[in-house]
Design a protein around this ligand. Structure first.
Ligand SMILES: [Zn+2]
Length: 88
């Protein structure tokens, strides 16, 4: 089994340790890895709306779909960047 690393500072910690000796990070709480559900929802709904717009030949509906996909992709990228900034 690999030695667990502190999710905060990357120092090696004991498997049964409750906090990091180096930085005091609480190891009992699992690192929050929330999936950007809002972004996924926007992307999925956007693609569906876009396809529906193509099927019914409605330019307005396809544009709404593209906007939803764009917003979804933008929020997704924003979330990833913020997580990286926090060192996650
Ligand atoms: Zn640490």
């Amino acid at each position: 089994m690999a030695t667990p690393l502190c999710p905060s500072c990357g120092a090696k910690v004991k498997a049964n340790a409750t906090e990091c000796k180096k930085c005091g990070h609480d190891l009992t709480a699992p690192p929050p890895r929330k999936l950007p559900t809002w972004s996924i929802l926007l992307l999925v709904v956007g693609v569906i709306v876009f396809v529906v717009g193509l099927v019914i030949y409605s330019q307005g509906v396809t544009i709404i779909g593209l906007v939803l996909v764009g917003v979804g992709g933008w929020t997704w990228r924003f979330r990833v960047r913020r997580d990286r900034a926090l060192g996650r």
